[in-house]
Design a binder for this molecule. Structure first.
Ligand code: GLC
Length: 579
């Protein structure tokens, strides 16, 4: 499909009423498309909050299966599930008690298998979340390690260590957790005396695994095969740069040299991912490895993307930037330049289950983001934030590479900042002593329909309310409400994904900047397509305009207003266009 026919279709469909549950076409992804991941649109599902099928107030696989048509209609190529495994939920499921089954609150392994196939039949691949750095303290390995005591082989799979000081009462290192607080917890010996300490870069319920131990490597390689055998299209690797530690346990140097940090980005990691890549490559079709890698040095980051390691990794540099043309442009340039030598596609990520929703972030005076420095109670202009989030959605969708969409961003949901304290669950909040608002505010169950909570998240007559309370104001943001409104954010995302697919399928869609003045980010993707984002305070003229494909806000007298993005067909090659 070329861009001009997409544009015609967009016009026709503006008048259509849509059936959200009816998939448009049923092509299956084929193993003959080994490059699907290079430009895929990947939708992140946080299973507890997507859709509740059985009425217990918690999202589940039945809910997802029921809504697959919605995802097909949205136009995504893959879904990534944050952990769906049995878990005590000390950290929202990132404390995994069993990597090869499904938490009973979500359903069964058979349901997961059926879901993977049903999604595939709609052309949607599934990506599962693998959590290799740590494990739940309820996992049989850790329980056995505690029971077996100091010096036992069971403890070698973890980082048990005597404390410092004459009575061992000081932590073995002063390493800091990105969840605030200490990274070591002292154990109690079977006779009741104080014992060794164990390492946990996150909560005490998430003991770190020792990746020097062959059992740990073998277990994760088996887990990869387990899910690839079930037809998943890829794995997202949690905390991918943290697995290997310096076993001499030094303190963190003031300015660590590349690879010189005791718990981050150690060179030994690359060999682990080369083995994982060989496993992924032994399966038909492209089964991909996606790393969650927060690293300040983008060149170190790109090393993980060499062609025998990970396929892609989340680009958090862009996400962390403020709403500022120079900053965003510099981030895009840095990202593209760092990916080019390893021939890996960039990824564009506006949010996920760990970060403040873009509508809220971009509505504040300081629009930047840092993982461990979230803000609450800051004045927020949600109308402005929504304008910018819509503009950012088009900006990122036009960039070359893969696109990640966090559930609910396609509805323009804001961060929920007034969840009562006794309903909060996130350990980041509690471990910070309440200074960090935590991540619950971006994890509130989705509003699907109706005018009151649970907004169709749970079926009628549900036994329990949603596990986190939904704001009453979400009645105007439900899928149902937006479905009937062509100016809604949901329509914008659907249209954007359709144009994007045509764009990425077209030949010669290289990337080049156009200079349209200060505060304006304009770039071409090939001869026919121009994306313009106006971050200045003035309306901007649209050059070479042979037709608007899509705009995040209405134009003003043919000009693009501040905080909005337009996609144009350009006039530069008139012979190729049907206008
Ligand atoms: C990743 C996850 C986050 C989790 C942490 C520890 O950053 O995205 O949700 O808390 O790892 O597993």
């Amino acid at each position: 499909m070329d861009l001009s026919s997409v544009a015609d279709q967009l016009d026709d469909e503006a008048a259509d009423t849509r059936d959200v549950a009816a998939p448009r076409d049923r092509r299956s992804p084929s193993d003959a498309d080994p490059l699907w991941w290079r430009s895929a649109a990947i939708y992140q599902i946080y299973p507890r909050s997507f859709a509740d099928g059985n009425g217990d107030g918690v999202g589940d696989l039945a809910g997802v299966r029921h809504r697959l048509g919605y995802l097909k209609d949205l136009g995504v190529d893959a879904i990534w599930f944050t952990p769906w495994y049995p878990s005590p939920l000390a950290d929202g499921g990132y404390d995994v008690a069993d990597y090869t089954s499904i938490d009973p609150r979500f359903g069964t392994l058979e349901e997961a298998e059926a879901l993977i196939q049903e999604a595939l039949a709609l052309g949607i691949r599934t990506i599962v979340d693998i959590v290799p750095n740590h494990i739940s303290d309820q996992h049989p390995w850790f329980r056995a390690a505690l029971a077996a005591g100091p010096g036992s082989p069971e403890r070698d799979r973890f980082w048990f260590h005597p404390g410092k000081g004459p009575d061992g009462s000081e932590m073995p290192t002063g390493w800091e957790s990105s969840f605030s607080g200490p990274t070591w917890t002292r154990t109690t010996n079977p006779d009741g005396t104080p014992g060794e300490w164990y390492l946990h870069l996150f909560t005490p319920q998430q003991p770190d695994l020792n990746w020097n131990h062959p059992d740990v490597r073998r277990m994760h390689e088996d887990v990869l095969r387990f899910w690839f055998d079930r037809g998943v299209g890829g794995v997202r690797i949690d905390s991918a740069a943290l697995l290997v530690k310096d076993d001499t346990l030094p303190e963190v140097p003031e300015n660590p040299q590349p690879g010189g940090h005791p718990t981050q980005d150690r060179d030994e990691l690359h060999e682990i991912y080369r083995r994982w890549r060989a496993i992924a490559d032994s399966y038909p079709g492209a089964r991909i490895l996606v790393g969650e890698i927060w690293l300040p040095d983008i060149h170190r980051f790109a090393k993980y993307l060499r062609n025998d390691e990970l396929h892609t990794a989340f680009n958090f540099d862009f996400l962390a930037r403020p709403w500022d043309a120079a900053e965003l442009r510099a981030s895009i340039d840095r990202t593209l330049a760092a990916h080019a030598p390893v021939d890996a596609p960039s990824t564009w990520v506006l949010s996920n289950h760990d970060v403040t929703r873009p509508v809220t972030r971009y509505g504040r005076e300081d629009t930047s983001f840092a993982f461990a420095a979230k803000r609450a109670g800051t004045p927020t202009d949600l109308a402005l934030g929504t304008r910018r989030a819509r503009a950012a959605a088009l900006l990122t969708a036009a960039l070359p590479g893969a696109l990640y969409i966090y559930q609910g961003d396609e509805l323009g949901l804001p961060e929920v900042e007034d969840i009562p304290e006794d309903r909060l669950e996130d350990p980041m909040h509690f471990r910070s002593g309440g200074t960090d608002p935590g991540r619950d505010g971006c994890r509130v169950p989705l509003p699907w329909s109706g005018s009151r909570p649970p907004f169709g998240f749970s079926p009628p007559g549900a036994a329990r309310p949603p596990w986190l309370p939904q704001p009453a104001a979400w009645s105007s943001l439900t899928v149902q409400a937006q479905d009937g409104d062509p100016s809604s954010t949901l329509w914008l995302y659907r249209d954007a994904l359709r144009v994007r697919k045509a764009l990425n399928g077209a030949p010669d869609t290289g990337f080049s900047w156009r200079s349209l003045g200060d505060g304006v980010l304009a770039f071409e993707r090939g001869p026919e397509f121009l994306s313009i984002t106006n971050l200045s305070e003035h309306d901007v003229e649209l050059p070479d305009n042979a037709g608007i494909l899509l705009a995040s806000a209405p134009l003003r007298g043919g000009r693009l207003p501040p905080d909005s993005t337009a996609w144009l067909r350009t006039r530069r090659l008139p012979s190729r266009l049907r206008v």
